[in-house]
Design a protein around this ligand. Structure first.
Ligand code: KG4
Ligand code: ZN
Length: 330
């Protein structure tokens, strides 16, 4: 079964063809990072207009690289939320237009669910249930119990900033540019986590909170002569990163042990952070699945794989599919 995945929820225009949920035939991502970097963050209006310009060439490229013709496709999967409304609209409308003209079935996919399915594109054995999913992206930090395909129970979420958002804001405070996650990670390599920043444990819950850490970082930078001193910046970046990793790793492993899951599945842009994944792999007594970095950040292969399981469950969408910017999972 060959599925075309389409992803336009945020600032990546992506299309991919995946066969039988695991074999990626093509995986095309047109990033808008350079455009938004000029503004220090994503400008929604600019994002949707850029998706409109990129979507058709990106889909054509994905079909060409997959050496697939429209007759040989079995269906399409498209992200319909959560995300930026104007961006989601571009992907969903293109999917509907193709469905109409090529007579293809399609299914609307939850972007957070799609992130989890990046773990099915990993080499090796498919994940087993129940699994505990940590989704850490620019807009979300969630712990979700996955009992089977399409069966999710939300255990915890961030009460304020998402982990990726905290990285982005910290990088801005430190003058490291956008996107902040990769910039902080790079800077942290040159530093030592020798400064103490607060960790919000929110004991007794599976929730997260990162805004206190961000504020503490801001006050620290105001009080001390950090900016302009490269080794100081590196130490602050490393210490900030360490605080985020401590909380994400400790809370996830504790929840996994408590729930006696078979596996921990990482996903979302922040899961491409090597220090974070190394800490998980070195300390977790429960097996941890980590997709390669290009499958952690936004892509359409994960959307196609997720769509495969929707079709298996008989979950098809109609032309009345609308975008749901605030869609949640579980
Ligand atoms: O999943 P994603 O690509 O898009 C969303 O769905 O939001 O995640 C983007 C987020 C950004 O906040 C970015 O700074 C963060 O993931 N990120 C990282 C790294 N690479 C991307 N955070 C920490 N370390 C990284 N290496
Ligand atoms: Zn994402």
């Amino acid at each position: 079964m060959k599925i075309l995945g389409i992803e336009t929820s945020c600032d990546e225009t992506a299309a991919a063809v995946v066969q039988n949920s695991t074999r990626t035939l093509s995986d095309v991502v047109a990033s808008q990072i350079e455009i938004h970097a000029r503004y220090g963050g994503i400008v929604p209006e600019v994002a949707s207009r850029q998706h409109m310009l990129s979507i058709v060439p990106v889909i054509e490229k994905a079909m060409t690289e997959a050496k697939t013709s429209w007759q040989h496709l079995d269906g399409m999967a498209v992200t319909f939320g959560p995300g930026l409304a104007g961006s989601l609209l571009v992907g969903v409308n293109v999917a509907k237009a193709i469905a109409l003209s090529k007579n293809l079935p399609f299914t609307g996919v939850n972007h957070l669910e799609a992130h989890i399915y990046a773990n099915w594109l990993n080499k090796g054995k498919a994940p087993s249930f129940p699994s505990l999913c940590l989704i850490i992206s620019g807009g979300h930090s969630e712990l979700v119990l996955m009992k089977g395909h399409g069966e999710f129970e939300k255990l915890g979420r961030t009460r304020d900033d998402a982990a990726g958002e905290a990285f982005d804001k910290a990088a801005r405070i430190l003058g490291l540019g956008y996107p902040g996650g990769p910039a902080i990670e790079k800077e942290a390599i040159a530093g030592k986590p020798c400064l103490h920043f607060p960790r919000a444990w929110l004991k007794g819950t599976h929730d997260f909170s990162f805004s206190g850490l961000k504020t503490a970082l801001w006050h620290f930078v105001q009080k001390n002569q950090v900016l302009g001193n490269s080794s100081f910046v590196a130490n602050v970046a490393a210490s900030f990163q360490e605080a985020v990793i401590d909380v994400l790793v400790t809370k996830t492993i504790n929840a996994a042990e408590e729930l006696q899951v078979k596996q921990i599945l990482l996903s979302g842009g922040v899961a491409s952070n090597k220090s974070l994944t190394q800490r998980f792999l070195n300390t977790s007594p429960i097996p941890v699945s980590v997709p390669p970095p290009h499958l952690c950040t936004d892509n359409a292969a994960m959307v196609a794989t997720c769509g495969y399981y929707h079709f298996q469950n008989g979950n098809f969408s109609n032309y009345d599919l609308d975008v749901v910017p605030g869609l949640s999972l579980g």
